[in-house]
Design a binder for this molecule. Sequence first.
Ligand SMILES: O=P(O)(O)OC[C@@H](O)[C@@H](O)c1c[nH]c2ccccc12
Length: 392
Amino acid sequence: MESLLVYPSAKVSISNPSFTSGRTILSGNRHFGPRDLSNSIRMSSGFFPLRCTNSPDNKEISSVAAAIYEYHTDELINAEEVREWESGKSINDIYAKQGITIRRSCRPAPPAGGGMIPRNILEQIIWDKEVEVTQFKQRIPLKEVDRMIEDASPTRDFLAALKDSYLRTGLPALIAEVKKASPSRGILRENFDPVEIAHTYEKNGAACLSILTDEKYFQGSFENLDKVRKAGIKCPLLCKEFIIDLWQIYYARAKGADAVLLIAGVLPDIDIKYMLKTCRELGLTALIEVHNERELDRVLKIKGVQLIGINNRNLENFVVDISNTQKLLENRIEVIQGKDITVVGESGLFAPDDVKFVHDSGVKAVLVGESLIKQEDPGLAIRGLFGKDISK
Ligand SMILES: O=P(O)(O)OC[C@@H](O)[C@@H](O)c1c[nH]c2ccccc12
C-alpha cells in the first residue's frame, strides 16, 4: 500500500484486534503506532485527513491501514484539501480558501507559537468545543459509544416527517426548538422542563424537535436529548450541537438523535462529505446550515445533501435578518428544487407574516426557538406563529 489517510482525531490502537471495518479507526488508544505514522497525527483536535506516505510494514498496521484505506472513497482521497495539506498549507489557510472565517485553535495542544485570540463568539465556541470533545472522548471512548448505539432504538426519519407535515398542512413544517438560553439573548425561559416543553410542542403540531445540547453557551445537554427521547415523544429529534468531530455524531445517535446539525461556516467540504457518509451509516439525517451565498454554493456542490438550513442569524455577530433566506434562495431555488433538497428557514421568526415571507422564498420548513420558548404556553405560541392550529 502506497498511502493511506488518517484522521487526526482518530485514536487508533495497533494492537486492537477489532480492526475490521473503517468505523473502528476512531476507537482505541491515542497513538497510531510507529513514528512515521504518529508523526502524521499532528493535530490533537480538528478533523482532517492526512496522507501518510510511508508504507506500513508491520502486519498489524497493514490491516489497520487497509481498513482505513477502504473506508475512504476516491472523492475523499483525491480531495483538494488533501493535496493542499500535502503541499504544506496550514489547516486554517485551507479553511480560509473555502471562505471559512472560523479558525481552529487545535487546542488543547496549540500549534507552536500559539496564543491565538478568538475573533468572535462562534470562534470562541468552537475552540471551547475542541477542548470539550477531547475530554468527552477520554471519558467515553468511541468503542463505548458504539456499544451504546447497539442498545439504542432505531432512528426516525427526520426528513420524511418534515415532508409529510408540509404536504398535510401546506405550511412550512415546524422544527420547534427546546432552548433554555443563548449567548445573544441570555436566559429565554426560567422554569425550563425540556420534556414538558417537548410534549407541548408535539401536541400542538411540531413535525420535529430541535434539542440544544451545548452546555456552556446554551445551557443545554445530551441529558436533555436522552430524556426527551425516552419520554415517549414521537417527533424525530435534531441534536443541536457544534459538531467538529465524528465522535459527536456517534454520541448524538447514542443519545437518541435522529438528525444532526452540520455548520458549513465551521466545516470544510471534506468534513461535510465525510460526516454525511457517517450520518447515512447511522441512519441520521444531516441538516447542513449555511448563512451566506458562498456557503450555500459550496453545499449545493456536495453530493447527497438533502436538507439545508438557512440561518438568518449571523453566528459571528448575532445580527438577525430574515430577508437572508430570500436573498440566498432568489437565484437558486430552481437548482435546489431540481436536486429535491428541502430548505429550512432558521432563526428570527416571530409572526405569521415572517413564516409566510420565508415560505414565499421557497422554504418548506422552519426552525423556531425564541418566539415559542419565551411564551408562557409554547403550544399556544405555535398557533400564534402560524396564525392557526397546525396540529390537525
Ligand atoms: O431562537 P430562534 O431565533 O428562533 O432561532 C432558532 C435556531 O435557528 C437557532 O437556535 C440556531 C440556528 N443555528 C444554530 C446553531 C447553533 C446554535 C443555535 C442555532
